[in-house]
Design a protein around this ligand. Structure first.
Ligand code: HEM
Length: 469
């Protein structure tokens, strides 16, 4: 037997090697861990012995496994509900492995190079948050659905760091959930986020299949090999797995984006910034996919059972829509459907920054221009084929997806697209009447309102590795 990699698994009926894998895998990889309140600590190791002792104690006394997390979710759903324990996650950079003296390091070449050397048209490193200018050896995530529980867990972690020799905190970043009036998680521009995810557990796929939304038009099930890889430095890499963790701090100029939504609406219809925003993102603020209808209000749960096959001219969802660029659902035109699916990653983002306005009040003048945004976090088994492919070959590429002959190129992703001077960021095409190709109109798109403020590639190793140090 070996770990099941070519399909999702049922964690409740897992085969023995899959159980060993889940017992040693960090939480938040195969299923999101609720972490409404989150602190990330960026660490530097100054000597290997102290750092190893720190990692060993942390992983033995404070970190739980994916399996334990899944059991906690069951206990939370039971009556009476039993609250879970805080999430503590740990990732290492290549430099971190080097200073620990570990030579069997994860093999991904981009992990080796680090994010600073990637070619994603990111802003100059000198403009990133200052702590990204220092070498970072590890990231520690501490999260919980309750702030006081997160704070207590963070206190414990901090006192362990203080007691440990050769471990220094070089940066810290808080995240905190943001919600709409339906209590759904939103990002700062006001859109429901995190709905579309690859699912790796049969129990989650069954729930989606049996839910009101169904799965006839979009299969949310993905093989485990899309999110986990053997941990080369673990005692038994045949059953001890980890995952590459991509972290990017993305500042959002909310005032600019909301004002531009209105301008785009003026250019297209003379009013209705709700639809204009949906044409930019691909979903309305409440999550309704614009490829399904031209107004918001699709009943909860937020739908994810859709594709773009009935929208070959982009007259429902523009080819440039953020969610169409980042998951064309089989319609991208350069690869077959199966190939396209291999680029999806497990997104685990969290909003950051304090809002003094009401994010849902529909006003523009009081919206923040700085210091709020998205901590983009995603688990990958292949950084080049997943995160970098999505950012570079899809979002930044004005020629993606393929369009019918005679149609203008879609342009870069209006939310996250990055080109050196934004010259390719000029026009977008959208229909003024839903689904009517004759009503397609080419208009100036929204300017860039998302600025990358730093990031790094980490590997979240198995607990077996950390405990063996
Ligand atoms: C501040 C930056 C960002 C904002 C405001 C944003 C916003 C959103 C929103 C509102 C959704 C729809 C919710 C959902 O389907 O789950 C979404 C989906 C998605 N985003 Fe982003 N996003 C950002 C950054 C990124 C980045 C950096 C990437 C990858 C390079 C990315 C990739 C995706 C993907 C793959 C989906 C799911 C598409 C689908 O399956 O239909 N996003 N994003």
């Amino acid at each position: 037997m070996s770990v099941t990699l070519n399909s999702p698994i049922s964690w409740k009926n897992a085969a023995p090697d899959d159980v060993k894998m889940l017992d040693n895998l960090q939480p938040n990889i195969v299923k999101p861990h609720v972490r409404e309140f989150l602190t990330l600590l960026f660490l530097q190791f100054n000597q290997p012995v102290g750092a190893k002792n720190f990692l060993k104690t942390l992983s033995t006394s404070m970190m739980k496994s994916a399996k334990q997390h899944l059991k906690e979710i069951e206990a939370f759903k039971a009556k009476p509900a039993k609250p879970g324990t805080p999430y503590i996650g740990l990732g290492l950079t290549k430099a971190g492995y080097n200073i620990l003296g570990i030579t069997k390091t994860p093999a991904d070449g981009l992990f080796d190079k680090g994010m600073q050397k990637s070619s994603l048209n990111d802003p100059a490193v000198i403009t990133w948050d200052p702590y990204f200018q220092h070498p970072i050896h590890a990231v520690l995530l501490v999260g919980d659905m309750l702030n006081d529980k997160k704070a207590a867990a963070l206190d414990k972690v901090m006192s362990l760091i203080k007691k440990s020799k050769g471990v220094t905190i070089v940066g810290a970043q808080d995240g905190a959930g943001l919600h709409n009036d339906n209590k759904e998680g939103i990002e700062h521009f006001g859109y429901v986020d995190g709905r579309s995810q690859p699912l790796f557990l049969q129990e989650d796929i069954d729930a989606e299949e049996n839910g009101t939304d169904g799965t006839a038009n979009w299969d949310p099930g993905f093989p485990l090999k899309q999110v986990i890889v053997p941990d080369p430095a673990a005692p038994d890499p045949k059953v001890h797995f980890g995952s590459y963790f991509v972290y990017r701090k993305l500042e959002q100029n909310v005032r600019l984006f909301k004002a531009q939504e209105q301008k785009l609406a003026d250019r297209l219809f003379g009013k209705d910034e709700e639809i204009a925003g949906a044409l930019v993102v691909g979903r309305f603020e409440d999550g309704t996919p614009v490829t399904m209808q031209f107004e918001d209000g699709v009943e909860s749960p937020v739908p994810n059972n859709f594709n773009y096959f009935s929208d070959k001219s982009g007259a429902k969802c523009p080819f440039s829509g953020h969610i169409r660029k980042t998951n064309p659902r089989g319609s991208g035109g350069f690869e077959d459907h199966a190939g396209e699916r291999t680029h999806l990653m497990a997104r685990r983002g969290q909003t950051y920054g304090v809002r003094t306005d009401n994010p849902n009040d529909g006003k523009i003048a009081n919206k923040p221009e700085k210091y709020v945004g998205l901590l983009f976090m995603a688990f990958n088994s292949d950084i080049g084929n997943q995160f970098e492919f999505t950012q570079k070959n899809w979002a930044n590429n004005p020629g993606f997806p393929a369009v019918p002959p005679g149609f203008p190129a879609p342009g870069v992703d209006p939310v996250i697209g990055q080109t050196p001077n934004d010259a390719a960021r000029t026009k977008m095409e959208a229909a003024t009447q839903w689904g009517n190709p004759k009503s397609l109109k080419k208009v100036a798109t929204v300017p860039r309102a998302v600025t990358m403020k730093g990031g790094e590639y980490f590997f979240m190793p198995s607990l077996a590795f950390l405990r063996s140090l």
